[in-house]
Design a protein around this ligand. Structure first.
Ligand code: G3P
Length: 218
């Protein structure tokens, strides 16, 4: 399973990269706004800064919602750095644009996916990644993890190469559930990833090892 970090915060990206298990980064306009990044030039420079920290894929989202605009913005983003994956919303013009990009060998991440039908269209258009939003489905008392499993099974049955990138991850438990559902990638904020480190028996076990060592060696 690949681990992406879902943030535009450079310090968090560095911290995850230092851990040695990071495979990429996803961003979206809300995450960029949270960091106060505004204006086209600053936004493009921020993407470049992210690409210089990580060696893996970096999803950069288009703002346009019409086909020509998505293609124009996507080409500009893709030209920024070889790690850029063009993030395109799941709308009619987005699907057309994903098809265009896939024919040009430009990698894409189809975002805002909430149903198997949407995931089917993304795969048929040739998306590199599809991003079903787990947490936002859970928010409305739907089952985000069940959707991940449905899409994984569908892609496996038909042999689609699109990778299932579980997004809107809110907890460490979500990450574990995504492994059980067979997601190819999870994208998560830093804290749920760091939560994977924790177990009280690890803490108490380590304390005992160190205490026993000190008894004989101090
Ligand atoms: O990758 C999409 C993700 O950032 C959405 O997360 O927590 O805003 O639903 P959230």
């Amino acid at each position: 399973m690949k681990f992406f970090i879902d943030t535009a915060n450079l310090n968090e990206i560095r911290e995850a990269q230092d851990l040695g298990v990071l495979d990429g980064v996803t961003t979206n306009p809300s995450l960029m706004a949270k960091e106060g990044i505004k204006g086209k030039e600053n936004i493009l420079n921020h993407y470049k800064a992210i690409c210089e920290i990580v060696s893996g894929d970096v999803s950069a989202e288009v703002i346009a919602t019409d086909y020509e605009g998505i293609v124009r913005e996507g080409l500009e983003l893709a030209a920024l750095h070889p790690s850029i994956v063009v993030k395109v919303p799941m709308i009619k013009d987005g699907i057309k644009a994903i098809k265009y990009f896939s024919e040009k060998n430009i990698r894409t991440n189809c975002t805002l996916v909430f149903s198997p039908g949407q995931a089917l269209l993304a795969a048929k258009a040739g998306a590199t990644y599809v991003s079903p939003f787990v947490g936002r489905l859970d928010d409305i008392a739907s089952d985000g993890i069940a959707l991940i499993k449905q899409i994984v099974d569908m892609y496996m049955f038909y042999g689609y190469e699109t990778e299932v990138l579980a997004a809107s991850i809110r907890s460490t438990q979500h990450i574990i559930q995504c492994t059980e559902a067979g997601a190819d990638v999870i994208t998560s904020p830093l804290q749920p990833i760091l939560g994977l480190l924790n177990h009280p028996l690890t803490d108490s076990g380590l304390k005992k090892f160190l205490d026993d060592y000190k008894k004989l060696n101090s």
